[in-house]
Write a protein that binds this ligand. Structure first.
Ligand code: ADP
Ligand code: MG
Length: 622
């Protein structure tokens, strides 16, 4: 048989390698930023268009390349960073595999201009799909500018596989965070579609964290420091009360390289044991320095996994260093279970919901003849469950029970309620035919029970209200009909750049629901109008929760953006278990629920009600 094995042509080999190195625009951003760092730059600019799908450009003031190096840099396995295999264990650079530029050039249109001198003598190279298109001498300042356009232009399958701009931008911001946090001395600017997303001056690490994540971060940080023969640790953890239900800011860096390690993550988690609630995650920025010879970075093409010689020791050191810091900075006593709810972050708010025990008992305070609602509000919930550490957002009593009416043709709704509440004051023992569905009882401040012809309906008040609000918000967003209440004094909310860019993207949809933003720049959002359904005091909480949810569960299309927005708003605004509802509210909820398109499930696909038929009841009396 004839020989059949052939060496792959370079451009094919490069495309295959690109598959490993370049998954999405964010991978290109990472590689280019790291190259700029390795070149010793003090100022790096990142410019992207359409979440990197159209353009990713990195401009640095580093050492640049000679004409020959410029051409060679796009060859596979071409690197200036290592020469021998031993060098792999003395790495002080981000790159070393010499494959990023070759891979990127294989799947995009690349234009690079670079100069390694102060005489403005430089080289410009254009490469498309791995093919050299042109190389010429140009006037250029010392440093390198790398433009990557039309990523995956020659691999349609990959291009089609890219997510929405929101998602891809989020990935880019994540990579950007990882690089800028590891290199606080370097100044960075980041422009997205012509607008400035980050402008980070050279700073120390604490300042850098604050510049990236917003001023509110500063007071949350607890410094961590430890030095042993094996590892030097410094950085910060968030105070325990800022632990999030969703994974938030969690960063490990080893020798200035961001890495993932579920093992070391666990070490931090265990240091927080007893200080934070189950299913919440501590935030941390931990910088480890180890002997480069004691780690192997070359175990994964993206270099985000590292093998340590002595992982167990490092685990133990991290754990004790973090524990020590939390103790030393007297953080534990801050966990005051009864403190002012206003001081807390809304993330806690949700946790409490998860901690509810769904036992059913009759609400002895219930009085079916009572017309006015008693005190209603989440403050009650907190004391009723006695769980958590007082981090509950409390609505002013009765602030929004009228909101239950939202979701129905209002006229019809109100008239039916009047009629029915008249009947309620009549007799408890109702005549079947006339009163079917007209009487409601609230059970355990959690369920609404009402009768139907065939028996009983038990409605989960929280989920039912979610369904009502969800459909209302979705409708308002699509027909842009949300009614707004003007605020006398605008509410100001401070946001970090990531949150700000997200909010700018959601602005239109939110305005359709009734929000009015007077301004959205810098670190502050100024809200001058809110949907009628939202109370003034809960606005900041709702917005904060919304942004947090969006960052963790990114929508992939505009449709799902509206859907997610409506779901998040409904989740945060629906009446809670533990809230007393008066008769009128109960009935409005029942009516509104059954007027929705899908009354049986909540926007989160949980059942909203259950029925108990007379037949089933009869069986119990056999
Ligand atoms: P690696 O970073 O692993 O060496 P790359 O393909 O990313 O591989 O880059 C190849 C080479 O091109 C680098 O080793 C470096 O010498 C040069 N290079 C790339 N980007 C820059 C830059 N921004 N400034 C100076 N030199 C660069
Ligand atoms: Mg590189």
């Amino acid at each position: 048989m004839a020989d059949i094995i052939q060496l792959l042509p370079d451009h094919v080999a490069n495309q295959i390698a690109a598959g490993e190195v370049v998954q999405r625009p964010a991978s290109v951003v990472k590689e280019l930023l790291e190259n700029a760092i390795d070149a010793g730059s003090t100022h790096i600019q990142l410019i992207i268009k359409d979440a990197g799908k159209t353009l990713i450009q990195v401009v640095d003031n580093g050492k640049g390349m000679s004409e020959t190096d410029a051409r060679l840099s796009f060859s596979r396995h071409a690197t200036s960073k290592i020469r021998t295999a031993e060098d792999l264990f003395q790495l002080h650079t981000k790159g070393f595999r010499g494959e990023a530029l070759a891979s990127i050039a294989a799947i995009a249109h690349v234009e690079m201009s670079t100069s390694d001198n102060e005489e403005m003598i430089g080289t410009r190279i254009r490469i498309e799909g791995g093919k050299l298109e042109s190389q010429e001498a140009v006037a250029a300042a010392r440093g390198t500018s790398m433009q990557v356009k039309n990523l995956f232009f020659n691999i349609p399958a990959r291009r089609n596989f890219l997510k929405s701009d929101t998602v891809e931008l989020r990935h880019i911001i994540d990579e950007f965070h990882r690089v800028v946090l590891a290199h606080p001395n370097t100044a960075f600017d980041f422009y997205n579609n012509g607008s400035e997303l980050f402008k980070l001056p050279s700073a120390n690490i604490r300042q850098r964290i604050v510049h990236v994540f917003g001023n509110k971060t500063n007071e949350r940080l607890v410094p961590v420091e430890e030095e042993t023969g094996v590892v030097r640790i410094n950085g910060f953890v968030f105070k325990p009360e800022f632990a999030k239900k969703t994974r938030g800011e969690q960063f490990f860096f080893v020798n200035d390289r961001f890495i993932r390690s579920s093992y070391l993550h666990h070490a931090v988690g265990s240091a927080f044991e007893g200080l934070i609630k189950d299913h919440t995650h501590p935030g941390y920025f931990l910088f480890l320095e180890v002997d480069p010879g004691s780690i192997d970075i070359n175990i994964h093409p993206t270099k985000t996994e590292v093998k340590f010689d002595d992982e167990h020791t490092i685990y133990a050191i991290i754990r004790s260093a973090v524990k020590h810091s939390l103790g030393q900075f007297n953080v534990a006593p801050v966990l005051d279970f009864d403190r002012d709810a206003n001081l807390d972050t809304p993330y806690e708010y949700n946790k409490m919901q998860g901690a509810q025990v769904p036992t059913i008992e009759v609400d002895s305070s219930f009085n079916p003849f009572e017309d006015e609602p008693k005190v209603r509000g989440n403050a009650q919930v907190a004391t009723a469950t006695g769980k958590g550490h007082g981090a509950y957002y409390s609505k002013p009593a009765g602030a929004s029970w009228e909101n239950l009416y939202v979701g129905l043709n209002q006229k019809e709704d109100f008239s039916s309620i009047e009629l029915e509440s008249e009947e309620v004051t009549g007799s408890l023992f109702e005549d079947d035919k006339e009163h079917t569905g007209s009487t409601t009882y609230q059970l355990h401040k959690k369920y609404i029970i009402t009768t139907i012809k065939s028996g009983l309906v038990i409605i989960d008040q929280h989920r039912a209200h979610q369904r009502v609000l969800y459909e209302e918000f979705l409708k308002n967003m699509t027909v842009q009909s949300g009614i707004s209440q003007q605020l006398l004094f605008p509410i100001k909310v401070s946001l970090n750049p990531t949150e700000m860019s997200l909010l700018q993207e959601l602005r239109q949809s939110l305005e359709n629901t009734g929000f009015v933003f007077a301004s959205l720049d810098g670190e502050e959002a100024e809200i001058s109008g809110i949907p009628v359904i939202v109370s003034e005091s809960e606005t900041a909480m709702v917005l904060d929760q919304l942004l947090s949810d969006f960052q963790n569960d990114l929508p992939e299309s505009n449709f799902s953006q509206a859907d997610l927005l409506a779901r998040t708003l409904s989740k945060n605004l629906a009446v809670r278990p533990g809230e007393h509802l008066n008769q009128a509210s109960q009935q409005a909820l029942v009516n509104n629920l059954f007027a929705t398109k899908q009354p049986d499930i909540s926007p989160f696909n949980k059942p909203t009600y259950s029925t108990l038929t007379v037949d089933e009841i009869d069986k119990r009396f056999l």
